[in-house]
Design a protein around this ligand. Structure first.
Ligand SMILES: *[C@@H]1O[C@H](CO)[C@@H](O)[C@H](O)[C@H]1NC(C)=O
Ligand SMILES: *[C@@H]1O[C@H](CO)[C@@H](O)[C@H](O)[C@H]1NC(C)=O
Ligand SMILES: *[C@@H]1O[C@H](CO)[C@@H](O)[C@H](O)[C@H]1NC(C)=O
Ligand SMILES: *[C@@H]1O[C@H](CO)[C@@H](O)[C@H](O)[C@H]1NC(C)=O
Length: 410
């Protein structure tokens, strides 16, 4: 789930605080970092096959050598008759920052988006971003090496997303419907604007869209973003940002002592006032998330908050930027370059502290040349960030619309 900078933080803090009492840097399960997705411990086994769905574990290697874990739910429980001809249409469903693919699977099968899609005849693929618990492998690096963490969301745009698109396209021979939540929307938008998936993409669904972040108003979010954009690089260097680790705990606790920052009820403070979460689901969420990401990724997200533009990672000095980009300032992603005839369905919430309504308007403004008939927008007044992935009413309010949208764009 998570979103740039903030949602992430929310999640972080949420989990970090309870642990403080035990002085432990491990999650509630004491899970070791670097666990492999084995047949009985992976996401298929823990969250999918137990409900009677088929599920396959896959590995996808990116051009820069990361080996990503991905789940596939090829069909529904009832056999799921396919939509549009014999071949089922693939859907790629991309999670946000500091969480992994399991966040889509925490409610009951009747309420989870991947299973709803499978039961409606779609072939569902759930990638896990580099650095998360089952995607901590690389052809030559390992997570103890700083180079393993030398990336930001630019690399998710340039490497992770193209790799999973190519893989699914190759396996299915079909164009792909994309769904992103939070950071999953940002990397989708940026990637499509650079033309990476032009020939393999059928349509895009953006839940809690994140692109522009300058209106994020939560006090904790702003303090955190400032800290990430500034001091944290020197604090952490090029390294793993493990939200369950000691440094992160100390850092986050310190933010909660800022004047005006109220860390009571962190989930709502950070993501907005979620209307519709099931407390059992939230507990399950807290047992499984948050996941690691690169410190550089957090810094890049914080820059996105601070600078109000959608740009590549800023190396912080004109001469460094020239070295990397040939320009003193990092190049911008131009959302207006997304093909104007790409069918897009966007759903955003009035209570979302991360995907603020004003920032969504800014995003829509960049899409103003989009073909009118190809852009559908849904506004849900009482929804906040986490409602879109875990809300008990999300099936009725959002997911049924998503299914219908895909059926209309076969
Ligand atoms: C990180 O990668 C960039 C290229 O993307 C390189 O210029 C830089 O030296 C690397 N930093 C470290 C610490 O390895
Ligand atoms: C597609 O898959 C086949 C069989 O697994 C493989 O030989 C081929 O190289 C793949 N092509 C691409 C573009 O990945
Ligand atoms: C909340 O989750 C519990 C445990 O999975 C489940 O039994 C209950 O039906 C859920 N409630 C709602 C309203 O979905
Ligand atoms: C973005 O692309 C559009 C055309 O797709 C162009 O009109 C506009 O000038 C570009 N903006 C920037 C800042 O390059």
């Amino acid at each position: 789930m998570a979103p740039p900078g903030l949602l992430s933080l929310c999640v972080l803090i949420l989990v970090v605080m309870p642990h403080r009492a035990y002085g432990s840097s491990r999650g509630p399960f004491g899970r070791k970092n670097g666990a492999a997705a084995t047949a009985d411990s992976g996401i298929c086994a823990t969250s999918v096959t137990i409900y009677g769905y088929k599920c396959e574990e896959h590995e996808v290697t990116t051009q820069d050598g990361f080996i990503l874990n991905m789940q596939r739910i090829p069909e529904g429980r009832v056999g799921g008759k396919s939509t549009g001809g014999n071949k089922k249409q693939p859907v790629l469903i991309q999670h946000g920052v500091l969480v992994d693919g399991m966040t889509w699977l925490l409610n009951s099968p009747e309420q989870n988006l991947p299973m709803i899609l499978a039961d409606n005849g779609f072939d569902v693929w759930i990638p896990n971003t580099r650095g998360t618990r089952f995607s901590r492998k690389h052809v030559s690096l390992d997570p103890t090496q700083p180079d393993f963490w030398n990336w930001s969301w630019d690399e998710l745009v340039t490497y992770d997303l193209p790799a999973v698109f190519d893989f699914v396209f190759n396996q299915t021979g079909q164009k792909i419907h994309y769904i992103g939540h939070s950071l999953g929307t940002l990397i989708g938008l940026a990637s499509f604007s650079e033309g990476h998936q032009a020939d393999k993409l059928k349509s895009a669904v953006l839940l809690s869209p994140i692109a522009y972040l300058s209106h994020m108003t939560t006090a904790l979010g702003m303090v955190a973003a400032k800290a990430f954009a500034g001091e944290i690089t020197t604090l952490f260097g090029i390294a793993e940002f493990n939200p369950k680790g000691n440094e992160a705990t100390v850092f986050l606790n310190s933010l909660c002592n800022y004047p005006g920052v109220d860390c009571y009820d962190l989930l709502n403070v950070l993501t907005g006032n979620n209307c519709c979460l099931n407390s059992s689901t939230v507990n399950l969420f807290l047992k499984n998330e948050p996941q690691s990401t690169a410190t550089k990724n957090m810094v890049h997200l914080a820059q996105t908050v601070r600078d109000g533009v959608l740009a590549k990672y800023n190396y912080g000095r004109p001469d460094y930027n020239v070295m990397h980009y040939g320009e003193a300032r990092p190049p911008l992603y131009n959302i207006s370059n997304i093909p104007h005839d790409l069918p897009i369905f966007m759903s955003y919430g009035g209570q979302d502290a991360l995907s603020d309504v004003q920032d969504v308007q800014l995003l829509l403004d960049h899409l103003k040349f989009h073909d009118v008939g190809k852009l559908a927008v849904q506004y849900i007044k009482n929804y906040a960030h986490a409602d879109f992935i875990m809300g008990i009413s999300a099936k009725d309010i959002v997911y049924n619309q998503v299914v219908q949208f895909f059926k209309n764009h076969q």
